[in-house]
Write a protein of this length. Structure first.
Length: 292
């Protein structure tokens, strides 16, 4: 009797445990859930917390509502002028309508990705097809993606029950043939600018050189004029001194001039000879007074 009673108690506890595990369920803070009865949704958007369900006939499907990332493959798009660009992008998306998401994807995240990716590709293809290559290169990428993000978000909310939070472009590359043409054009443009700068620099250098030469000529002319003025003043002052000295003692002045002439004549070392008459005036200051 004791063993039978123990078995009944254990069986009852096991039944209660099974009933509790199949009746109660927990929805995490990062999740939302839907309640199904034989595959039909009977309760939508179940919030986080502890909930109950009918065992066997009712099942629960939980979905991650955190922001998810879809890293798309690099794709080739044509610009408005039919030039190709290779765009590498990624998408931030989030489940916001669990019921619609379950109906569209059966709750399969891979299925959702397969449905979102072609839509993203189509949206980017349309957007880049309206832009020129210059706009794609020069404008901010965040601004380029604002339009496709808003349009795709509205569409995916309705079709899949997910929100497209952001479409970001990681990089935009040009095909090799287009890159070569663009780089050649950029190089030609830079070379043209360099030639213009060199020409302007040469012109400026010539202008500075011309100004310096003109200033040099002006300074030389002013210096020559000043030197001639000073030389003339010096010669005039020397002549005045000589004249004053001559007037004071003409005999001595004549004697002094003769001494200078003697020095210049006899001090020459060129080996030339000069023959003079001893009785000439050239030697008169060398004669003694008695010689007269």
């Amino acid at each position: 009797m004791i063993n039978n009673k123990s078995l009944i108690i254990v069986g009852g506890l096991a039944a209660l445990a099974w009933l509790a595990s199949n009746t109660l369920y927990v929805v995490d803070e990062t999740q939302r859930a839907v309640k199904l009865r034989f595959g039909e949704v009977i309760e939508e958007n179940i919030q986080p917390g502890l909930h109950a369900k009918v065992p066997i006939t009712q099942t629960i499907r939980k979905f991650d509502t955190r922001v998810l990332t879809l890293d798309t493959d690099a794709s080739r798009y044509l610009t408005r002028e039919q030039k190709a660009v290779i765009v590498d992008s990624y998408v931030k998306w989030q489940v916001i309508n669990p019921t619609r998401y379950y109906e569209a994807t059966a709750g399969d995240e891979l299925m959702a990705v397969r449905l979102i990716q072609p839509r993203v590709d189509e949206s980017l293809r349309n957007e880049f097809g309206q832009l020129s290559l210059q706009q794609i290169i020069s404008e901010k990428r965040d601004e380029l993606m604002s339009g496709p993000t808003a349009d795709l978000d509205a569409l995916m909310r309705e079709e899949l029950g997910v929100a497209i939070l952001d479409i970001r472009v990681k990089r935009i590359d040009l095909p090799e043939d287009v890159s070569s043409a663009v780089y050649d054009r950029m190089r030609s443009e830079r070379e043209r600018e360099a030639r213009e700068w060199r020409a302007q620099g040469k012109e400026e250098a010539e202008r500075i050189q011309a100004n310096a030469d003109r200033r040099r000529q002006v300074l030389l002319a002013q210096a020559n004029e000043r030197s001639e003025t000073l030389r003339g003043e010096g010669d005039a002052e020397a002549a005045a001194i000589y004249a004053q000295a001559y007037d004071q003692d003409r005999e001595f002045y004549s004697f002094w001039r003769s001494l200078n002439a003697y020095r210049d004549t006899f001090g020459a070392s060129d080996g030339n000879m000069m023959v003079l008459d001893p009785s000439s005036d050239f030697f008169r200051y060398l004669k003694s007074p008695d010689a007269n």
